[in-house]
Design a protein around this ligand. Sequence first.
Ligand SMILES: [Zn+2]
Length: 288
Amino acid sequence: MKRSQIVFLILFSILLLSIASYAQQQEPQPVEFRSISKNLYEVLGGRGAQGGAYIGDNGVLLIDAKMDEQSVDQTIEQLNKVTDKPILYLVNTHSDGDHIWGNQFFPESVTFFAHENCRNDLFLPKSNNEPSDWYDQKLAPFIPSITFSEKMDIFLGSKKVELWYFGVGHTTGDIVVYFPEEKTAFMGDQIFLTRPQLIHSYKGGNSFEHVKTLSKMLETLDAEIFCSGHSQAVGREEILTHIKQMKGRQEKVKAMVDQGKTLEDIKGAFEENEGRLVESIFNEITKN
Ligand SMILES: [Zn+2]
């Protein structure tokens, strides 16, 4: 083989390898069910947030919808491996696209549930001020049609699922889905463990309320396992640590505001990835 041919082959292999790794980065992990009990699963992988699946006596309740057709198809495929019961209900924990945009790829026969503020959030203008995509009539069957304000129970035969609203936090419409038999709570984006908490100020989210909301959840529910959209399932200890860390940040920002420091100074005193959260806390303190 000539030298030029060898060089060409090497370059060609490098190109193929980089295309493969690019495709891998773009392709999410396949959807996978992680069992919590024989009836309750975490729905991991796919494009969009982690959710849940609960198999009741007469059908299935899902928590959150991922965000594209392939991920929804994979969710249904995995579900069919553990039950042949129909999907009756889907509960959206809040209005972010990675939890709700997939609603439209489920059968129209599914009934969608959410907090009343979550439903309202869907119709907020987009960040570029264009009207929300949810005004499209084609999406009408997939917008949560049953909402509640404080608490609602859904029964699947003898099994009870509790939907709880503990207050403002990540947005104003985040709920907790609680399974008493499993002592397990699905809390959507009300906790991030691998990165600083997201607080969507533009949807009315508030870090000081977030702390109160999580504390109320711990006081009210006898839960031992907490599943969430972007972190591993954890116990009560980790939630308490998260609350403590948030309070610590708030106190530090407050002290610096009292010393007359600017937002830039304050951000500089935190890790770079905390900037967005620190800005929310700063605005909450200075705009009150
Ligand atoms: Zn999310």
